[in-house]
Design a protein around this ligand. Structure first.
Ligand SMILES: Cc1cc2nc3c(=O)[nH]c(=O)nc-3n(C[C@H](O)[C@H](O)[C@H](O)COP(=O)(O)O)c2cc1C
Length: 230
């Protein structure tokens, strides 16, 4: 029997936000498997499922943290997938607004470069998350594989929110893609898309208190042919 529709996906989408401070409490392996199984239902071009996910817990998360802390200072940043930009117009404005909200939540001033660097560096400690999922795609499949990976990311983060698990997507990790490949023993065929740190949110940390805004539907939707569109 088809289950009755619920609005749990809409509720998860309303509630989800990027978490930048985690408690150390691990997520039960059975729940991690459940979240991965939900994400595995994501659609993909011709059902190719181009993603591979490397997920860590406990000592493996700590080992990845330690590896990056040791190796990044001597490494040159190198993305597999070109980073976006230049940002202009409305894209630049939205980017600026979310950045200002992040720094304001921490009381970091516009010119406090040291504090901004320190916050950016927290990407490489995964904001103390107990788990990291590194998302890669096959490099031969082109840009649509990245669309597929984005669908996987959405499925995973919404399923996690629905289960009370906090997440953050992190392209910062992809800026050192060769190091990530080295840690996990991956071939150059695998392109690093991003990491998703996850665990339980430290609700007391002010960095988790701010929420980003979204553009109005009228700014992004061109709706045609509906009887009423109010
Ligand atoms: C593909 C992707 C990569 C991201 N990379 C980072 C990152 O490296 N560091 C970070 O702090 N946030 C990162 N974010 C989080 C975004 O900044 C965040 O999703 C956006 O500001 C909207 O806020 P929200 O997730 O709280 O709704 C990333 C998000 C996505 C989807």
């Amino acid at each position: 029997m088809t289950p009755l529709p619920t609005r749990s996906v809409a509720a998860a989408a309303e509630t989800r936000h990027s978490c930048r401070a985690f408690t150390g409490r691990p997520v039960e392996a059975s729940l991690v498997r459940e979240l991965l199984a939900t994400a595995q239902r994501a659609p993909s071009w011709c059902n190719v499922q181009p993603w591979q996910v490397h997920v860590t817990a406990g000592a493996q998360t700590d080992a990845l943290r330690a590896f990056l802390a040791e190796r990044i200072p001597g490494a040159t940043a190198s993305y597999d997938i070109p980073a976006p930009g230049p940002y202009t117009g409305v894209h630049a404005a939205r980017r600026r607004e979310s950045g200002l909200a992040l720094y304001a939540s921490l009381g970091i001033g516009r010119d406090d470069k040291a504090a901004r660097f320190e916050q950016a560096w927290r990407n490489f400690t995964f904001f103390d998350a107990p788990h990291v999922a590194v998302l890669t795609v096959d490099r031969d499949l082109g840009p649509y594989a990245l669309v597929d990976a984005g669908a996987w990311l959405s499925h995973f983060t919404l399923a996690a929110t629905d289960a009370g698990v906090a997440t953050i997507a992190q392209a910062a990790i992809a800026s050192y893609s060769p190091l990530v490949r080295e840690f996990f023993g991956l071939s150059a065929q695998r392109h690093v898309v991003c990491a998703i740190s996850f665990g339980y949110a430290d609700e007391a940390d002010p960095v988790n208190a701010f929420r980003t805004t979204r553009a109005e539907l009228s700014d992004v939707v061109d709706a045609r042919g509906f009887d009423s569109w109010a």
